[in-house]
Every structure is written in C-alpha cells, then in structure tokens.
Write a protein that binds this ligand. Structure first.
Ligand code: G3I
Length: 384
C-alpha cells in the first residue's frame, strides 16, 4: 500500500482533529439530546448518502417481545442481520428436520418494516450440529458426503428465501490470524489435506448459494481483518481465488468487534483499501466496542462467553467518553472511505442484549442513546 506519507499524516491529523472536536461538541450537546431522546436524528437518515446502517436482531425484537428494541430498529436501521436465527444450529438441529419459525419471523419483520435483509451464515466452524460432520456410525464423513450435505443445506435455506435476501454471509471466519485457512472440519474433510483442494469448500459454498438465489449478493465474513494485515491479505486471497474461478463474490464483511484499548484507524483503513482494491464491496458487519479491559477481547466465540464479560465500570463517565471517542475514530475512517463502504451493521440493537455485555453499542441498557450515539451523529455532520 504505497501512499504518500504526508497524505496519510494529513488524514490521521484530520481524524484526530475530528475526535477532539466531536468529543467537545458531544459534551456540550449530550445533555440536551439526552433530555429529548425522542428528538434524536435517525441513523438511516444521517447516513442516507453514505451507506446502509443496521443491526443484528434477536428473536425478541422480531416477535414483538422487545418493543423498545424493535422501535430503535424501525427508526434507525435500513438493514438487519439475523444474529442467530438463520444459523445451521437454529434451523436444522437434526438430520432432515428444519425449524423455520425463528428465521421466518426475522424475514417477515424485516420485509414488513422495509429493512434489507442479510442472511447469516451458511458455512461456519461454530454453531453447526455435530451430526453434520458424522455418518450414521458416528465416524467422520467422506469428502463427497460432506459436500452433498453442505449443498443440501445451502440449496434448502437460500432457496426458501429466494428473492427476499439482499445478501448472504456464505462463508464465515475461515481464516487464522496469520492468513492461512482455519483447520475446521470443512477444510479437513473436504480439503483432504491437499493444498490444491483447500479452497474447495469455499468455492462450492459460493457456487451453490448463487445457484439457489442468482440475485442475492454473496459475502465472505470475518473478524480481525482490521488488526491483522496477514489475515486481511488472506481474505484478499479468497476473493481473488473465487474470481479466478469465475465464482460470484460481491463483498467482504469486516466484523469489527473492536475494543477501547487499541487504536483502530490505521488497520481499518488498510483492510478497507486492500479489500476494495479487489473490486468487491466492503461492509462493516458486526460492529461493537468491548468496554471490558480484562481477559480475551476478540470475537472468537470459542474464547468468549457472557459469564466472563462482567464489566463493573461500563457505565462510568470515563468509559462512556472513551467509547464516544472510539466510535468517532471508527466512523471518521468509514466516512473517509464511504465510496468503498456499502453497509455498517452493529452487532446488536442496545447494550442489554449484547452478546458480550458491558457497554458496546450506541444505546444503553435502558434503550437510551449514549454519548457514543451523539459522537457518531456529530462525526457524520463533520463529513457533510
Ligand atoms: O438458543 C439457545 C437456548 O435455547 C438455550 O437455552 C441458551 C442457553 O444455553 O442458549 C441459546 O443459544 C445461544 C445462542 O447464542 C442464542 O442465544 C448459544 O448458547 C450462544 O452460544 C449463542 O451465542 C451467539 C454466538 O455467536 C455463538 O455462536 C451470540 O448470540 C452471537 O451474537 C454470536 O455472533 C457471532 C456471529 O454469528 C459470527 N461472528 C462472531 C459473533 C460473536 O461471537
């Protein structure tokens, strides 16, 4: 990425200056807005000329049990992702048996509220029932048997919602931090330890998703693309590999599960510009900012659980100011590169339903907009 250092320094200065100014403005206007929350601007209007903006929805939102989260969704979002209800474990717990209720509720809610729908996710190493990789005797499936099972699942699920889904996270989190492919059962069984076949499970997943719904956009989605250049380069390799085979891929999702204790601007800019240079759309697909300052703060589900996300200082003023600065930093980069960004999705609607606890989103546990919300809005104003 050869760019004139002075241009990079100027951009970094602009981002730092924006953070400072927005931080001051938020302090001044925060009180006013907080007392008149119903007058807050709608995020989908604030960013209407930049990118789609949305959230991951759980079943309480889409079934009307969480009316306040549904109200935030309807006011602020023009896109939504199923947080769990379209995953293999939710839809197809046992062989041949499908439970469509939760996924149908999600799709119906989005269509009723004119929210564009993101299907998440078809092929992932997590939240897939054990039987998927086993034969009737409990032994590992053969390559061909697992390919047939993957095809059946994708054709069934994508086919059911044909024409109703904007795009699918076809393959999720297939990379290691160093950019090599994760040693998942998909890779082991379908790849058969052969370098030549290592991308076969990815190629086939994208081919079958396209066959099942020719009009749906198809995405590769992963975390840590903004913190590991090697991992980001691995995602570029996946895109280039699929394109070299004439297989449709429309975008790459940078999940952006961020945290307070590290700057993100440079790494995020590298990821956006590297991925955009392949010609695909770039999306921020699972945005949240962990406020907890202890323990593992990544997005690997295998290493995170809500029990260890206690966060005693989440709501104090210092944390909230740092959170507002962090979201200002993130949205400054996104608006600098808005030509490459198609969508920004928060991983949740409000803190009370976040998968990580603490204070990671723009709305607090009482559904109120936080300083971070006003920081995001002020940042958008700065880039008008
Ligand atoms: O539905 C069951 C429920 O029946 C049961 O009573 C309950 C208690 O065991 O568990 C419920 O399932 C939980 C599920 O969320 C639905 O709430 C699972 O245990 C829990 O592990 C699962 O966590 C999800 C996590 O993915 C694990 O896959 C999080 O909500 C979800 O936010 C998170 O999202 C992932 C993305 O899909 C991919 N990128 C990383 C991101 C964060 O890990």
């Amino acid at each position: 990425m050869n760019r004139d250092n002075s241009a990079i320094e100027a951009q970094q200065m602009k981002i730092r200056r924006t953070i400072t100014i927005v931080s001051i403005v938020v302090q001044l206007f925060g009180v006013v807005y907080h007392t008149a929350a119903q007058d807050i601007p709608a995020l989908k209007d604030v960013f209407k000329n930049d990118f789609l903006i949305g959230g991951a929805l759980n079943r309480w939102v889409v079934t009307g049990r969480d009316t306040k989260a549904a109200a935030i969704t309807k006011k602020h979002f023009n896109t939504a992702t199923a947080e769990n209800d379209m995953k293999w474990q939710s839809i197809n717990r046992s062989p041949g048996r499908y439970n469509w209720e939760a996924a149908d509720n999600f799709v119906d809610f989005c269509e009723k509220n004119r929210i564009s729908i993101i299907g998440h996710c078809l092929v992932w190493h997590s939240q897939v029932p054990r039987w998927v990789f086993r034969d009737n005797a409990g032994d590992a499936l053969t390559r061909d048997a697992l390919l047939a099972r993957m095809k059946d699942h994708i054709m069934t699920v994508v086919g059911r919602y044909k024409g109703r889904i904007k795009g699918w996270d076809v393959v999720n989190e297939a990379l290691n931090e160093n950019g090599t492919l994760r040693n998942s059962q998909w890779l082991r069984i379908i790849g058969e330890g052969s370098e030549e076949k290592q991308y076969d499970f990815i190629e086939n997943a994208f081919r079958w998703a396209h066959k099942a719904d020719p009009n749906a956009e198809l995405y590769y989605n992963d975390y840590g693309l903004e913190t590991s250049k090697a991992k980001c380069d691995g995602a570029v390799e996946i895109v280039e590999h699929l394109k070299s085979k004439g297989i449709r891929i429309d975008g790459v999702g940078i999940q952006l599960h961020d945290s307070l204790d590290r700057p993100v601007a440079d790494g995020l800019e590298y990821a956006i510009t590297s991925l955009a240079s392949t010609g695909v759309k770039v999306m921020i697909t699972e945005l949240d900012v962990r406020t907890r300052t202890r323990g593992y703060r990544g997005a690997d589900v295998g290493r995170t659980n809500r029990r260890n996300t206690r966060d005693t200082n989440a709501d104090d003023a210092e944390t909230q100011e740092k959170l507002a600065d962090k979201y200002t930093e993130i949205f400054s980069v996104l608006l600098e590169h808005k030509e490459d960004i198609d969508r920004v999705t928060f991983w949740g609607v409000y803190d009370g339903a976040s998968w990580i606890g603490g204070s990671p989103l723009l709305f607090d546990r009482d559904y109120r907009p936080k300083d971070a919300f006003f920081g995001v809005v002020e940042t958008a104003e700065k880039y008008r």
